[in-house]
Design a protein around this ligand. Structure first.
Ligand code: NAD
Length: 424
């Protein structure tokens, strides 16, 4: 099948490369010349394990362009995978999606299946149709096909999904979608378009709820001298609950959960429904980011202290900094007058644009050397597997605030670290 994809970000590029891997002819379109130039040379502009290799393997079925017109005319199916960031009021900013719809309106000259892969609020398809029909008066169908991949394991998530959601009322478009994904071994769930859009938001909001829930339980565990890791383990064995997303920490970040929870709250408010649980989830998450610095302030005077921060990305195996808890942690540390030394194996370059004046180290060892305290903000493997004996030797004072529960409390204490985790 001939497919055009708008947007070559974390979702668009992975979708393009994986669809080519399934045997389709894919043209990836973006508005950023620099990105497309890199992709044409076989370079991947984002950090995503395995993506460069899979892109190279499928290069004969992949094209990259800024020329939307040709891509649209040649494609049978068009995926919209551009960003939908949050506006200050929490609602999704749909300007990029609408810009693509305007382009389609100008460039479409025959029937197409238009697939909304971006996460968009329920009802967005109506505005997309309106924009398309400004200049295009032929046939077309719209499908909502939300994406559930996780950065860091995006290829596996795309190629082996738990389910594929296909929201459309058009039988021909449904058949096309089933054909696109026929090689995937996953349940294909056919719904109406609005249910598909809400499935995406409801899924992310539910996972965010699990995280905020376990973070609240962590606070309780800490006060009563219990251990949240045992509690989560004990809960997780209940099949109705499951182990996933029950890790206490400094809260969720990234390009999806924070904005999707906020948008869903906004979606409710638009029709007079107060989604109280989600408001609490959002508030809990905001407060959680401040826990590490509060814990430090209880122990040491931060003004003039050297604080190491291990990990900056919102989670391991990505360079994505959107809504990363480390951003708030470092803001609070600097505000309190601390000297910050930071390390991240993927996100340093992006971080330098936000915090150019903190010290960046090339290794976790260099970050810890001479520090008065350390905060673990991202549980990269290099952090999880760090020799704890060495931590004590490297640091000036071995005060550890483990925001991700990356280290074992007993082992840390046995080697003489002054260790505080989250909820244990
Ligand atoms: P991103 O910001 O990484 O990428 C968006 C890309 O779209 C950018 O390269 C941008 O230049 C391009 N773009 C903007 N306007 C364009 C236009 N008119 N034509 C062509 N390209 C254009 O975004 P992302 O993280 O890939 O997210 C895309 C969507 O997928 C969002 O709605 C997001 O909520 C959703 N989503 C993201 C993830 C994730 O893990 N990142 C997972 C599931 C769903």
């Amino acid at each position: 099948m001939k497919i055009a994809i708008f947007g070559t970000g974390y979702v668009g590029l992975v979708t393009g490369v994986c669809l080519a891997n399934l045997g389709h002819e894919v043209t990836c379109v973006d508005v950023i010349d620099e990105k497309i130039a890199k992709l044409k040379k076989g370079e991947v502009p984002i950090y995503e394990p395995g993506l460069a290799e899979l892109m190279a393997k499928n290069s004969n079925r992949l094209e990259f362009t800024t020329n939307a017109g040709t891509a649209v005319k040649e494609a049978e199916v068009i995926f919209i995978a551009v960003g939908t960031p949050a506006k200050p009021d929490g609602s999704a900013d749909l300007k990029y999606v609408y810009e693509v719809a305007r382009t389609l309106s100008q460039e479409m000259d025959s029937s197409k299946v238009i697939v909304i892969k971006s996460t968009v609020p329920v009802g967005t398809e109506t505005e997309i149709s309106k924009l398309i029909e400004e200049h295009y008066h032929g046939e077309y169908a719209i499908v909502s096909n939300p994406e559930f991949l996780r950065e860091g394991s995006a290829i596996d998530d795309f190629m082996k999904p738990d389910r594929v959601i296909i929201g459309t009322s058009d039988q021909k478009a449904l058949d096309v979608m089933l054909q696109i994904y026929e090689k995937l071994d996953a349940p294909m769930i056919h719904t109406d378009i609005r249910s598909a859009q809400l499935i995406k938001y409801a899924s992310n909001a539910f996972l965010a709820t699990k995280i905020s829930f376990v973070n609240e339980m962590a606070k309780l565990a800490e006060k009563y001298g219990a251990n949240i890791e045992y509690i989560a383990k004990g809960m997780g064995y209940d099949k109705r609950i499951g182990h996933e997303f029950l890790r206490a920490g400094i809260g969720y970040g990234g390009s999806c959960f924070p904005k999707d929870v906020k948008e869903l709250i906004h979606t409710g408010e638009t029709v007079g429904i107060n989604l109280e649980i989600l408001k609490a989830v959002d508030d809990t998450n905001d407060r959680q980011k401040s826990v590490p610095v509060k814990k430090l302030k209880d122990r040491i005077k931060l003004s003039g202290a050297t604080v190491a921060v291990l990990g900056l990305a919102f989670k391991p195996n990505t360079d994505d900094l959107r809504e990363a808890p480390s951003l708030e942690i470092i803001r609070e540390l600097l505000e309190a007058g601390a000297n910050v030394k930071a390390w991240d194996p993927a996100a340093e370059e992006a971080y330098k644009k936000i915090y150019p004046n903190i010290e960046y180290s090339k290794t976790p060892e260099d970050t810890l050397r001479g520090a008065d305290a350390v905060i673990i903000a991202t549980e990269w493997d290099q952090v999880k597997n760090f020799d704890l004996q060495q931590v004590k030797q490297l640091m000036n004072t071995p005060l550890v605030i483990d925001g991700r529960n990356a280290w074992d409390k007993n082992t840390a204490e046995e080697v003489g670290l002054d260790y505080q985790g989250m909820g244990k």
